[in-house]
Design a binder for this molecule. Structure first.
Ligand code: ZN
Length: 69
């Protein structure tokens, strides 16, 4: 069996991808849209002004992107 290297104990955070953002700026019309609860990865949202729909994508660094549906 392979011998595992010494596993240095790193302080790895196991945060689920999410943000604390409670609003987003619509990429289409630039309107600021408040949301009821903090946006999470894979949430689907839509702009209240122009109706464009987006899926929330949050990368491991916590940066949020909106992917047009
Ligand atoms: Zn919009």
């Amino acid at each position: 069996m392979p011998v595992d290297k010494n596993a240095d104990e790193e302080d790895l955070k196991e945060d689920v991808a999410r943000s604390r953002a409670t609003d987003f700026d619509c990429p289409s019309c630039s309107a600021n849209n408040p949301v009821e609860s903090a946006l999470r990865d894979r949430d689907e949202i839509s702009c209240h002004y122009c109706g464009a729909g987006y899926q929330v994508r949050i990368n491991p660094e916590g940066r949020m992107k909106l992917k047009e549906l």
